[in-house]
Write a protein that binds this ligand. Sequence first.
Ligand code: PGA
Length: 246
Amino acid sequence: MTNKYMYFVANWKMYGNLSSLNTLDKVIKFSKSKEIKGGRLIYCPPDTLISSFATKFENCQIGIGGQNCHESKDYGAHTGYVNCRMLKNIGAHFVIIGHSENREKGENDKLINLKIKSALEAKLKVIFCIGETLSEKRKKKTYSILSKQIKIGLNNIKNKSNIFLAYEPVWAIGSGIIPKSNDLLKTVEFIKSKFIGKIPKVLYGGSVNPQNINNLKKINNIDGFLIGGASQNTNKFIDIVKKTYS
Ligand code: PGA
């Protein structure tokens, strides 16, 4: 059993609409109860719902984040995009950057670096996703890929105190498969070894659910979880937090 602060980030991806707000009552009640223990909850809904979530969470400690942003801190002619100032303005405190679903669409480490810089400038905390693909894992390139993502993604960023890393092996996302405990322990240790001084929090993401959380919670260098599919079901999300502390 752990007593430490752990972060539980709900990544709703492109799911949810105004009727989803009703499902949050339970989680609000849970966040105000003693059962929450050291759990810190953060919801990253689609941009269309950030403002409504901010109103809904007004009197509780649940954080809110965007799922991506444009790299420019300035307003401009970028049809279809939202920047970090806009996210901050409607109530976000966090933003996910570098998710593999966006890397797959062409976001590279340099672009991710610009996005992280603009998020920090807008005073948002960053959930910076890194992770190897299945073919990279098979070629035993996991550590070199993670090193490159960290090196370029955080290039010229001195103050990393508002950055969380989320290790999400691409092959684990939405697949129901999670890494072997020992591999995960070592990979998180490797990620942390890349930093000197204040070590950023490292979250794990990829198929976290109420069944496998009992194994995942034993990996004691993990500081929390980035949860996709299971977070869209409030009962499952709460169950994951409760089991982490039981
Ligand atoms: P998953 O997604 O929990 O559905 O695997 C995690 C993520 O993509 O952040």
